[in-house]
Design a protein around this ligand. Sequence first.
Ligand code: KIV
Length: 383
Amino acid sequence: MSDKVIIFDTTLRDGEQTAGVHFTAGDKIAIASALAAMGVDIIEVGFPGASPAEREAVSAVARVVRTRTLCALARAIPTDIDAAADALRHAASARIHVFLNASDEHLTHQLRKSREEVLEMAGHMVARARNHTDDVEFSPMDATRADPEFLFALVRTAWLAGARTINIPDTVGYVLPHVLGELIATLLNRVPELAQGRISFHGQDDLGLATANAIAAVRAGARQVEVAVNGIGERAGNTALEEVVVALRLHGGALGVHTDVDPRGIYGISKLVEEKSGILVPPNKAIVGKNAFRHASGIHQDGILKKRETFEWIDPAMVGNPHGTQIVLGKLSGRAGFAARAQSLGIGLGPEKLDLAFARFQAVADQKREPDDSDVRAACIED
Ligand code: KIV
């Protein structure tokens, strides 16, 4: 039996912290419904303490999306915690996610509180959240830059006050995978009670390491990963849902874990979030980028045409991509790709004719970024 990794989606909370993104209540309902349909375990819907409109939007989702645990974020202050509880009052299953600064950098320059004051706040505010729901998550913000001894004390305080999910946020995308793995393993060692609950990881992608860090966290014992669709989120974004789900599906056996999220929903949710957020997915984005399953060079095309797995080990159908594997003709594509395209257009070419037609095609492809079928047809017409 492998362990389940809980997929906690924060597209509607940290994802909405992407500069320029604004989700309406309707957008949140549409995205949360799609996430629920694909089996995402926990959906962080928003930050009700931020504004009355946000509170209303969270509440609107809670009335409609009934099949998953819905989560709301709260600073470790009474008004935020009560606002989160109020916004989630219609939820079928509600989690309050309390966060509080943990690093000295944050304590000294942002929060301006002593370590003792922070420990006291954590205990009181987690207990307050527990008065509203049994399902409380605690995040020591900037955990990966915090003094580990203080981090362990803060986590223990939150645990004793009733938080059963302890999230380790790499708030500024600072940590390296092996360091994070050691931190989580040490945390489990120093606060062994956590084995009765769940350790989570929340990564930001400032170094492009968010997915690698998430996998390192899982290897070290984390059993919840926080993700956002298309990797949207504050600054360089969050750990991408599609990357973690596919990595867990395809490497889960080796890691001894699994996810219940259905990867076939990935293409559709990526398009939905792209549309609602206005943040375009770069073509080279893993799993959901336009080029993720397109092959442009002659050597790769030749291999793909012989056996897809030579250069494409992830099946586009697995992630619901309706376009499938694509051979894209261009300056670097080869004879095999050209012949296959001609054949798909109903043009059979013997070896000599193929040589001539391919030479004509190459002359065009040298001048044109993406030659199309009309160029293939024209190259095949005999003089
Ligand atoms: O990046 C961060 O630290 C967060 C926490 C609130 C989890 O978003």
